[in-house]
Design a protein around this ligand. Structure first.
Ligand code: NAP
Length: 283
């Protein structure tokens, strides 16, 4: 398997957990996915059965002011990888996002819901999805949400859980939105589900998230509780959360097609539990 984005939160867990798969994972300085020749050379050298793309430009606020780069990385580069995979007859899996939706709902989105992104990031990722899926080839497009892993994201830094625990340890006020709902997903659980999806051979669009929608406020409270810390949180409204890009207020995803394949991702509470355990084990 050839993996792009292997140094990120999700890529790190794929390398750790797909232990029976031979994985070639060039760094971004070895293969920039925007460089079609470099991608083609990597494919020819590895001759993989499957290419997994976890590389993305996913700093949501920076995408808003760098739209050309967002589309170059999240759409055009992804389409080129898909084309190169097609030419060589290998399967392709790429990761997308809950931000393809506008959040104007009160129930988790399923795969058949119409996307309507409200940010440059979400629009660029949707463009990547559509370009790849139009090929009708051996491709998996997997949308996920609120990914957190042991290896910090190079573009976003420490995880939400780590920031909450650090603020509590420092005695700082913790202000968290209680009206923004998502499906925060532990990268370790997601990596395992992705391998099962790849093995299913059932190509197409999937949602793959921790079960159960939760507000970021309740998620932070549960992380503190599981860490054995009693600490007050200040609930704020999404409107008070100052950010460069608009974000959906409700972007929980239902992994409906995954369930149909008999693949389950544990609930978000179990994600926190396993993350807190694994960050000690793998630190
Ligand atoms: N994090 C979330 O909350 C979230 C939510 C929904 C969907 N997703 C999607 O899930 C996927 C994985 O996210 P993640 O959290 O694991 O990201 P991450 O930790 O930030 O890792 C991103 C990876 O992509 C690499 N990369 C970035 N630009 C590249 C380029 N032009 N060429 C080659 N490699 C490049 C980075 O390498 P360097 O570190 O060397 O730059 C890094 O290995 C992405 O598709 C993202 O859009 C994430």
């Amino acid at each position: 398997m050839l993996l792009f984005g292997g140094s990120g939160q999700l890529g790190t867990e794929i390398r750790r957990r797909w232990s029976d798969v031979q994985i070639v994972a060039p760094s971004s300085s070895e293969v920039n996915i925007e460089d079609a020749d470099a991608v083609a050379r990597a494919l020819d050298a590895a001759s993989p059965d499957l290419v997994v793309n976890c590389a993305a430009f996913h700093n949501v606020d920076r995408c808003e002011v760098e739209p050309e780069r967002a589309f170059a990385v999240n759409a055009l580069a992804v389409d080129r990888i898909a084309a190169l995979c097609d030419e060589r007859g290998c399967a392709f899996m790429t990761i997308s996002t809950d931000y393809v939706f506008d959040g104007e709902t009160n129930r988790p989105y399923v795969e058949s819901d119409a996307p309507h992104p409200i940010s440059v990031y979400g629009t660029s990722k949707l463009a990547g999805e559509l370009l790849v899926l139009r090929r009708r080839s051996r491709t998996f497009v997997v949308r996920t949400c609120g990914v957190y892993g042991i290896r910090a994201s190079s573009s976003k830094g420490h995880t939400f859980i780590d920031r909450v625990l650090a603020k509590a340890a420092a005695g700082e006020e913790i202000r968290i939105v209680d009206d923004v709902i998502a499906s925060p997903t532990y990268a370790g659980h997601l990596a395992q589900a992705l391998q099962q999806i790849a093995r299913s051979g059932s190509y197409g669009l999937y949602h793959a998230c921790a079960a159960g929608p939760v507000s970021w406020y309740d998620f932070a409270a549960e992380a503190l509780r599981q860490h054995g810390v009693e600490y007050p949180l200040t609930a704020i409204h999404g409107a008070e959360w100052k950010a460069g890009a608009r974000r959906p207020a409700f972007s929980a995803l239902e992994s409906q097609k995954l369930h149909a394949l008999g693949i389950d991702i544990p609930p978000w509470q179990q994600g926190i539990h396993d993350y807190l355990r694994d960050r000690v084990v793998f630190a």
